[in-house]
Design a protein. Structure first.
Length: 150
């Protein structure tokens, strides 16, 4: 499979799993404790995603794992703690949704999304290493998704 086609497949799977994890949406309107915990995680996720977007240089954000032509390596904001805060935000929101739904199906979707994003990170990091001379150094002092852990 061509490199670009695989990227499209990964992004499509990412969005499919996100949509499936979030549905049905009416579950989020509950006042049950799990729904409240889930919504809090989704709020944290939104804040992290916004912080990451604000920290990026203009023209750097991209859904595909390959960097854009005018991309610059961002190491400030949440990027000083994790290399992929947008993926972290997606996973936090998906975890919140899976907790809210409290079903084996949604838990399975969450695990599948983790697999897709880990594979996407591997691809993206190969491209970033090839593109930026100091990316390997950046990897030595930051974690991929979870500060101080992974």
């Amino acid at each position: 499979m061509k490199s670009v086609n695989l990227s499209h497949v990964l992004v499509s799977l990412q969005f499919l799993f996100i949509a499936l994890i979030a549905s049905p949406i009416h579950v989020f309107m509950s006042t049950k404790p799990l729904a409240i915990v889930g919504l809090l995680l989704i709020g944290v996720s939104a804040a992290l995603a916004l912080w990451a977007l604000v920290s990026m240089r203009k023209g750097t954000f991209r859904v595909m794992p390959e960097p854009s032509q005018n991309a610059q390596l961002t190491q400030s904001g949440p990027y000083q703690f994790v290399r992929h805060p947008m993926y972290s935000a997606v996973l936090i929101a998906a975890l919140g949704s899976a907790i809210t739904h409290a079903s084996l199906f949604h838990t399975g979707l969450f695990l599948a999304l983790i697999c897709v994003l880990l594979f996407k990170i591997k691809r993206e990091e190969s491209a970033l290493t090839a593109r930026f001379d100091d990316y390997d150094r950046y990897k030595t002092h930051s974690k991929a998704l979870i500060p101080f852990v992974y």
